[in-house]
Design a protein around this ligand. Structure first.
Ligand code: FAD
Length: 403
């Protein structure tokens, strides 16, 4: 005899940032909520984020800090659950934070404190979390969802898909959200690794490997993305915040641009060096602006002329050099891929979802939230803010559809 399926107002697939936050919000509104996750621990990405201190939001959050086929899609949800709302929640739990740079807020406590806060909130509202649970299949009929799992059959009025993207498979990432989206007739924008180091091949890779560990402030550019932050040379190519940011805008085959004057006027800076150190060589004088190992590399590759006395160099030559160093063009061979990508670009096409509620436009009571949706934030706390905001929007809508 088969046992009767357990029944809930809402079943959430994925106990990560978005899934747990939906459970907190929908539970607080009185819905019975079950969260299912195949991992043995919830929200592992919160735990490993921000170097263990979770960069949980960004004070500058706005839709223009997100990539999506529809750049307006994120506006509504982001406006209705703001960074201040999350700070208020943290404050109620006695958690504190600090701003590192560019509006990025990090937890003073370990990342685990944010996970614990979400679990405590879930407990307080009676939401249930089941770990180590495989999702076998999902069916929809008679206005309800039947979820077949390794712990039995479950049925629910609503299905919230929050299984995230494909980055870091070793801690449980899977393509379930995309499979379910397709099963229910939704389009999926091809998922690609984003916020990921770029790799090079051949001689350039060898040269960069010899610079491994060197960092410099730059303005990096790929496609429509332009970011002034640090760049880091690695054994396989380039990383650091500036590169991670532009990787989200980069497509295979494209060049990226590096401005070694980090958005300042290179001509003005070189002329100032000539004024202040007329008897120095170009390479020596540049050491006040760039790391010596990078200068040696640029000299070795012929990008830097062998000027032994700046006093002898004309302003026209300095201007030409400034032009070269602010337009360093490089062609990456690829990215470090899903193994290290912080997020997934692409995902469930927003054209099939309501921007107010995250609900499917074609299957009532089916919601997609968090990273599985084609909304990808910049580096710096934006992706968690999207997880909170999209979950909040779906929870509010779930409550309204209940009554
Ligand atoms: C190393 C790293 C550092 C990061 N740092 C930051 C940061 O500081 N700030 C920031 O804003 N963002 C950061 N991010 C991005 C951020 O972690 C994600 O955007 C965010 O966690 C997405 O939330 P989510 O709930 O949509 O997905 P996730 O948090 O990925 O949660 C998805 C959940 O679904 C579960 N799941 C997946 N497949 C299945 C399946 N088939 N069956 C059952 N369960 C399944 C997973 O086990 C997981 O628990 C970082 C990401 C990484 C990888």
């Amino acid at each position: 005899m088969t046992s009767k399926p357990q029944s809930y107002d809402a079943v959430v697939l994925g106990g990560g940032a978005a899934g747990l936050f939906y459970a907190v919000q929908a539970g607080a509104l009185g819905l019975s909520v079950l969260v299912l996750d195949h991992a043995s621990k919830p929200a592992e990405k919160i735990r490993i984020s921000g170097g263990g201190r979770c960069n949980f939001t960004n004070l500058g959050t706005q839709a223009s800090c997100f990539l999506s086929n529809n750049p307006h899609f994120a506006k509504s949800a982001l406006a209705r659950y703001t960074p201040t709302d999350f700070l208020n929640l943290m404050e109620r739990h006695g958690l504190s934070w600090h701003e590192k740079t560019l509006g990025q807020l990090f937890c003073d406590q370990k990342s685990g404190a944010i996970i614990q806060m979400l679990l405590d909130e879930m407990k307080a509202v009676g939401a249930v979390l089941k770990l180590n649970t495989e999702i076998v299949s999902v069916r929809h009929g008679d206005g309800r969802f039947q979820i077949s799992t390794s712990i039995g059959d479950i049925d629910s009025d609503r299905l919230i898909v929050a299984t995230g993207g494909l980055s870091i498979p070793k801690i449980g990432a899977s393509g379930l959200a995309y499979d379910l989206a397709r099963q229910f007739g939704h389009d999926v924008i091809t998922p690609e690794p984003a916020l990921v180091p770029l790799t090079f091949e051949g001689a350039v890779k060898d040269q960069f490997a010899s610079l491994s560990g060197v960092a410099a402030p730059v303005m990096a550019q790929a496609g429509q993305g332009r970011f002034e932050e640090a760049m880091l040379f690695t054994h396989r190519g380039l990383s650091g915040p500036a590169i991670l940011q532009v990787s989200s805008y980069w497509s295979p085959g494209q060049e990226i641009g590096i401005d070694l004057f980090a958005g300042q006027s290179g001509a003005d800076q070189l002329k100032a060096l000539k004024r202040e150190m007329p008897m120095k060589s170009l390479a020596k004088a540049l050491e006040t602006l760039l790391p010596k190992r990078l200068i040696d590399h640029l000299s070795g590759t012929g990008l830097l002329p062998d000027w032994s006395r700046l006093a002898d160099v004309s302003h026209a030559d300095l201007e030409a050099l400034a032009q070269t160093l602010s337009h360093w063009r490089l062609k990456p061979a690829g990215t470090e891929g899903w193994r290290t990508a912080e997020v997934t670009r692409g995902g469930v096409d927003t054209a099939g979802l309501s921007s107010k509620t995250m609900e499917s436009r074609t299957v009532p009571s089916l919601y997609f939230i968090g990273e599985c949706v084609d909304v990808t934030g910049w580096l710096g706390g934006y992706n968690f803010q999207w997880a909170w905001a999209s979950a909040y929007a779906a929870a509010q809508a779930s409550f309204k559809s209940q009554y």
